[in-house]
Structures are given as C-alpha cells and as structure tokens.
Design a protein around this ligand. Structure first.
Ligand SMILES: [Mg+2]
Length: 293
C-alpha cells in the first residue's frame, strides 16, 4: 500500500498521485479536521443543541389557534407575524426596544404581536398580550434537545471545559437552559441579554477566551448560524464546527431553506448534521453512545 502522507487508506492508496487519478478521491468522506490543539469547547444553544425554530413554529400555531385573529385564517395570521418579525428583528438592535429585549423577552414579544395585529387592521392590545403570552409559554413547552445532544455533552463533560454562548433575552435564555436541564454541563455561560451585546461581536469571543484562559486556536465553537456563530468564531481565530440541520428554518423565513455560506465567507473547519460528528475529531470514542445513527 502506498504511504503518501495524505493517503486516506483502502484501495485508493495505490493510485498514482497525478493527473486524473486525483479525481477519484471520494468527496463524500471529507478528512477529519485536526482538533488536537483544542482544549475547550463552546456551544451555541438554539438550533445547535435544541430545536428552537420547531418549538417557535409550534408555539405560534398554538397561540393563534387559541386566540384567533378576528376575520383572519391561521395561515394569514402566521404570514402576518412572519412579515412583521422580519421587519422588527431588523430594527430591534438599533432601536429603544433593544434595552428592554435584553432583560425580558415578553415585552418585545407582545409588541411584535401588537404590530402583527395592526398590520391586519386590528387595534387590540389585550389580544396582543394574550397571543404573546401563549406563544412564549407554548414555545418553551415544546423546546427539546436534539436526540444526540445530551449524549454528546455527557461524552465531552470532564474531558473538556464546556461553555455556552447564546443570543437572546436574559430571562428567555435562562429559562431555556432550565427547561432543557443542561446547565450543569457548562462552566461558562455567556448570554447576550446579560452581557448587553451578543454575537457576532468578536468581543464576546474575547470574553469567552479569558474565561477559559486559552489561546484562540485552542477553542472550538460549535454553532448552527453561519453569520452569528461561524463568522465571529473564525474571525477570533477559533476552530469551528457548523451544524447544519434541515429543521434550521425560522418561521419568518422567506426561502424555507437553511442558511447557506456566502462564497467569500470563511470556511468552517467541519460541517456536520449531527453533533455526534464532533466527537471523533475531539478524540472521543462514539462506541457506547445510545444515539449513534
Ligand atoms: Mg443558534
């Protein structure tokens, strides 16, 4: 068998390493990245460890079913909410709402319902409050860890210091951690609402580096958002794993498809569709895990 440095083993190893022979190297089995320098792992929360968008979609439906908008179908109401969400989310971080949003998610949630109703020609603050309240509670009730997430956290716990870096209001994010029962896995938790700023500010990554006392290249970030997780972690000099799941589509999406990487953006060290695939590069055996595919 050939002994070239980049051999991936098997029958391909004896193929000459020039000309067209390179084209037969399988592309479905990318090389395992070298994470041997990694000494700590930070995770994003929503749609990395738990299915936030699925919970949000279920919560929204429950809210509009329990409190129907007069004269409007469920689908019309959901479409109006999605339109207003796209606009409101765009404005949120540059308006006076951001300060309120940081500490408590309920106020801006109600405001978004208010603006949804107004966009449908309805002025009813009490209905807006009821819709926002049911949406928040029903979303939380539907929040679930992805099937393999707990096993992966358990496999890494004790081998690496683990941390969480999540955007969102302080009360909502703390409630999510409580609901999911994962707080004990993490030595360090950074929440946008508690810091007063969130990803993609690279200063967030700097705080996280100080917390673990490591060099940027010794930290791995695992996240689902290219723009909010992969870009700032790459710019900070961290190693990156991009989690890409088919469920990662917001209820406000106008495309119905998960986020794509812009052609000129930084390339993640690893792309996965299940968290199990971060274990091997981190030197953790997957043999005993219950949720192996
Ligand atoms: Mg996320």
């Amino acid at each position: 068998m050939g002994k070239r440095k980049d051999d991936r083993g098997g029958a391909k190893a004896s193929i000459p390493v020039y000309g067209l022979a390179l084209a037969v190297v399988p592309t479905h089995n990318p090389p395992v990245p070298d994470f041997s320098r990694v000494k700590a792992v930070y995770f994003d929360l929503d749609d990395t460890l738990c299915g936030y968008w699925d919970a949000a979609k279920g919560g929204l439906r429950a809210a509009f079913e329990l409190h129907p908008v007069p004269g409007r179908s469920l689908e019309e109401s959901l479409a109006a909410w999605a339109r207003e969400f796209r606009r409101f989310a765009h404005e949120l971080k540059t308006s006076h709402w951001y300060e309120i949003y940081l500490t408590q998610g309920g106020v801006t949630r109600t405001q978004l319902m208010n603006e949804t109703l107004q966009s449908l020609g309805i002025e009813d603050p009490e209905l807006a409050w009821r819709l926002g309240d049911v949406y928040g509670r029903e979303r939380d009730a539907r929040l679930r860890l992805f099937p393999e997430a707990r096993d992966v956290l358990e496999a890494l716990f004790g081998r690496y210091p683990l941390g969480l870096i999540t955007n969102g209001p302080a009360d909502v994010q703390r409630q999510e951690i409580e609901t999911l029962g994962i707080g004990d896995f993490f030595e360090h938790v950074f929440i946008e609402g508690e810091m007063g700023l969130g990803k993609p500010h690279t200063s967030v990554m700097r705080r996280a580096e100080l917390a673990v006392g490591l060099e940027p290249a010794e930290i791995l970030f695992v996240g689902n958002s290219y723009a909010h997780d992969i870009v700032p972690a790459s710019e900070a000099g961290w190693r990156t794993t991009w989690v890409r799941r088919p469920s990662d589509v917001p209820p406000s999406s106008s495309t119905g498809k998960p986020e794509e990487r812009p052609p000129d953006g930084p390339v993640p060290d690893l792309e996965v569709t299940t968290l199990l695939d971060v274990l091997q590069p981190l030197g953790v055996a997957t043999g005993g895990l219950a949720h192996q595919p």
